[in-house]
Design a protein around this ligand. Structure first.
Ligand SMILES: Nc1nc2c(ncn2[C@@H]2O[C@H](COP(=O)(O)OP(=O)(O)O)[C@@H](O)[C@H]2O)c(=O)[nH]1
Ligand SMILES: [Mg+2]
Ligand SMILES: [Zn+2]
Length: 307
């Protein structure tokens, strides 16, 4: 009979992957205990946010992941190589788009994040950071609230709005995204009490054990949620979606698009296009429509290169 020492791994319940790199990482058990894990073979791949079953082989050695629970979604970004989408986390429920007065806001990029969030089934919000330096441009961002994307005024420096943002994340799993310099690392420190984003990085030895790499980490939040930090991909840009899916990533275009004459309407040039009419009538914000058009063109260019 196998002897299980007190305090050892309980493999009867699924655990959460809270740090992952390659085929190694750390699991958190439901009672909060942490266990190093590894994956054998090439058919399994675990990401931060995955819920997994595991097996204890040798006490004191990393446990073996045997099964990955079906994922609700995958967070994907463009990889450097050939622009292929690469999964960086699983079961991400909330995307926090961080913006600030400096660097100057790029609403096109914001819309691209919101599109990616909607397509992966995550909710999104905008955190206007550095509010101690420049107040939230309420008029410019007012349209986002009505798209189901609340806008928070926060400051990583003074702590203003931090509890409210944490409350919005609730028990979900969130990631901070946005341009370099907007304050994502600073907000991570403000949201997760007691961590230091630099020393909070976890280094795992690679499969070969020759060098260490920085893992993606899920930090627990006081309210029961988690905040994902992906040091290697801090300035994450979402993967370009399928061209036919982009309109579904824009809530208002998705809504008006149902009234277009053609079910496969691209809402760019067709006649009897309810989306273009709504833009003309001022029912859809012109700048949001321009974001949609730019993303559609970007995908056409990408498809052109691939073909
Ligand atoms: N005044 C002010 N400065 C901030 C705030 N948050 C971040 N910063 C500064 O903005 C710069 C970039 O912050 P950082 O967290 O590294 O941004 P990241 O690149 O998005 O991770 C740093 O100099 C921070 O000190 C804030 O709320 N108020
Ligand atoms: Mg940073
Ligand atoms: Zn249309």
């Amino acid at each position: 009979m196998k002897h299980t020492p007190a305090g050892a791994a309980d493999s009867s319940k699924p655990a959460l992957v809270v740090a992952a790199h390659g085929r190694r990482g750390i699991l958190a058990q439901p009672d909060g205990r942490r266990l190093p894990f590894m994956i054998r073979g090439r058919h399994l791949r675990a990401y931060c946010g995955d819920r997994v079953s595991f097996q204890v082989t040798t006490v004191g050695e990393p446990v073996l992941i045997t099964r990955i629970e079906p994922r609700e979604n995958e967070l994907q970004r463009l990889s450097g190589r050939g622009g292929l989408p690469e999964t960086i986390a699983a079961n991400v429920t909330h995307l926090v788009v961080v913006m600030a007065a400096l660097p100057a806001p790029d609403l096109y990029l914001t819309d691209r994040y919101l599109c990616a969030a909607r397509l992966m089934g995550a909710t999104s919000t905008i955190a206007w950071n550095k509010s101690d330096m420049a107040a939230l441009p309420a008029a410019e961002l007012s349209g986002y609230d009505s798209l189901g994307c609340p806008v928070w005024s926060v400051s990583a420096v003074t702590g203003a709005g931090i509890a409210a943002l944490r409350g919005w994340i609730g028990t979900g799993t969130a990631i901070l995204v946005g341009q370099s310099g907007v304050g994502k690392s600073s907000l991570l420190n403000a949201l997760v009490p007691g961590i230091d984003a630099t020393t909070g990085e976890i280094s795992l030895s690679s499969d070969e054990g020759r060098h260490t790499t920085t893992a993606s980490v899920l930090h627990p939040l006081p309210g029961g949620g988690c905040l994902l930090d992906t040091p290697g991909v801090r300035d994450f840009v979402p993967a370009i979606p399928e061209r036919t899916a982009i309109s579904q990533g824009f809530a208002e275009i998705d809504e008006y698009g149902r009234q277009c004459r053609f079910t496969d309407c691209s809402h760019l040039r067709e006649s009897h296009c309810a989306v273009q009419e709504a833009v003309t009538d001022g029912l859809i914000d012109r700048r949001r429509y321009e974001s949609y058009r730019r993303l559609m063109n970007l995908v056409r260019q990408a498809d052109g290169r691939a073909g």
